[in-house]
Structure formats: structure tokens, C-alpha cells
Design a protein around this ligand. Structure first.
Ligand SMILES: [Zn+2]
Length: 258
């Protein structure tokens, strides 16, 4: 029995060494460990950095224990925009596999004051007219370039049927049928996603979708939809540069999670 426990402990111990631990990952920093791929969370591994190890041992990067090098944008908190308390909350299991992009439709806002007015309007509408627990989205982004906290990183949203419990829903305030959001807003969306990955909330190999990909809606508008289709994570897993062995089939996560 003791012998078996000793073997189990040995198997669970990460094998250190080679160039894995000194590799400075562009997203995760120096968090690599040489372990069996079957034990690597989220399958975030690189093949060629544990040179002297057996073939099934690869350099694993765990987003959950990441030190992170990505910086997060300033997020206007619920307290800062004067949010009402949620009627109820449901915790979300993370990291999530998807990011779903929306637009709110209606008028845009280009100042913090006008965006806060819009935030309060959305929350009132979602809670009072739709009878939802809270504002639907996890985050909203204004054309002022600010990110506004909706339900945030840790709670299930109400923004995309079938995906609320496995995605972060980000909505840009305004109607993007015939024009794209401002550069400031687009940059804020990208920075927010990067931040979510660095926090271990969003899988680094997440799938980006527009709301219209998952439900019968024109959201997030023709122009914004055309824009996000050019982003690397759209409809496929995100690939990390200089990591030739980090590959999943197209839509691996979608096929597994749907
Ligand atoms: Zn939508």
C-alpha cells in the first residue's frame, strides 16, 4: 500500500527541467512545467520544451496558476456607475470556453457620463421589463473607450441562450449595423479579453463568436460582425506564436462543449 502511494506521489510530481521553466510564454509568463499531457489543464502545452522527457511529457501552461503578463484595462465598477443590487446571482465555472460579442443597439455614448446614463437604462430595462436578475451582459464597452462592469467575471450572464454559463458576454454600446465601433471601443474589447485570459477566467484557446452565430439575431450588427470575423480567435482556437505543436482541430471546443 505504501509502495503504491509512493508511486502515486511520484507520478503526480511535475518533472522539472529542460527549457520549459525558463521559457517566457508571451501570455502566461514563466509558468511551464514538464508533465504528462493528460494532466495538463486546458491542454495548454508546447511539445518541444521538455527535450529529455518521455514523449507524453510536454511543457504545460496552466492558466489557473498563471502569473500573467497581460495588463487589464480600467473597468468602471458597478459601484462607480451606480448599479442596483442584483436580484440573484449564479456563479460561473471558469475558465470559460467562449467569448460572445454583442451590440446594444440604440444610441452610442462617447463620454463616461453619458455611458453611465446608458448603463443605468440597460440595467433598469433588463431587471424591470425583462424581469432578469441583473443587467444581462458580463461587461459593456462604450465608445468613450471605457469598460463598464455588468455581471462581471464570475457570474452567469443573460445574453446568449445556451452559452450564458460558459462564456463572457461583451456588448458594445450602440448600433453597429452600418459602421464599426470606435477604435477606442475595439481596443477596449480586445484588452478586456486579454485581461480575462491573464486572470484564468477565459481559456487562452477560447472561441470568439458573434451573438448571431448562436441565435437568430442580427447582433452585433453587420459592420461589427465583419470586424470580429477578422480576429484570430473567431470560429477557431487562438494560436500562440512560436508554438508549432499547439494545435487543435478547428472548432474543437465547440464540438466538445455544445
Ligand atoms: Zn446580442
Amino acid at each position: 500500500m505504501l509502495f503504491l502511494l509512493a508511486i502515486a506521489a511520484l507520478l503526480a510530481t511535475p518533472i522539472v527541467g529542460d527549457s520549459c521553466q525558463s521559457y517566457n510564454h508571451p501570455t502566461y509568463g514563466k509558468t511551464g512545467k514538464c508533465i504528462k499531457t493528460s494532466n495538463c489543464p486546458n491542454s495548454l502545452y508546447i511539445s518541444n520544451l521538455c527535450e529529455s522527457q518521455p514523449a507524453d511529457v510536454k511543457c504545460c501552461f496552466s492558466s489557473g496558476t498563471s502569473t500573467g503578463t497581460g495588463s487589464c484595462p480600467t473597468i468602471v465598477s458597478r459601484a462607480s456607475w451606480g448599479a442596483r443590487a442584483a436580484k440573484s446571482k449564479t456563479n460561473m465555472a471558469t475558465p470559460v470556453s467562449h467569448v460572445v460579442i454583442h451590440h446594444t443597439t440604440g444610441a452610442t455614448c462617447t463620454t463616461k457620463a453619458s455611458c453611465i446614463t446608458k448603463m443605468k437604462g440597460f440595467q433598469n430595462y433588463h431587471m424591470d421589463s425583462n424581469a432578469w436578475a441583473d443587467i444581462g451582459y458580463n461587461f459593456l464597452v462604450g465608445e468613450d473607450g471605457n469598460v463598464y462592469e455588468g455581471r462581471g467575471w464570475s457570474l452567469v450572464g443573460a445574453h446568449c441562450i445556451g452559452y450564458n454559463s460558459k462564456s463572457i458576454g461583451i456588448s458594445v454600446i450602440g448600433d453597429y449595423t452600418s459602421r464599426k465601433p470606435s477604435t477606442a471601443a475595439l481596443s477596449a474589447v480586445k484588452a478586456l479579453i486579454k485581461c480575462g485570459i491573464s486572470k484564468g477566467i477565459i481559456r487562452s484557446n477560447y472561441v470568439l463568436r458573434g451573438h448571431r452565430d448562436l441565435d437568430s439575431t442580427s447582433c452585433p450588427g453587420n459592420s461589427f460582425y465583419a470586424e470580429i470575423k477578422t480576429w484570430a480567435a473567431y470560429r477557431s482556437v487562438q494560436r500562440i506564436s512560436s508554438t508549432p505543436s499547439f494545435n487543435f482541430p478547428e472548432d474543437y471546443l465547440v464540438m466538445r462543449d455544445m
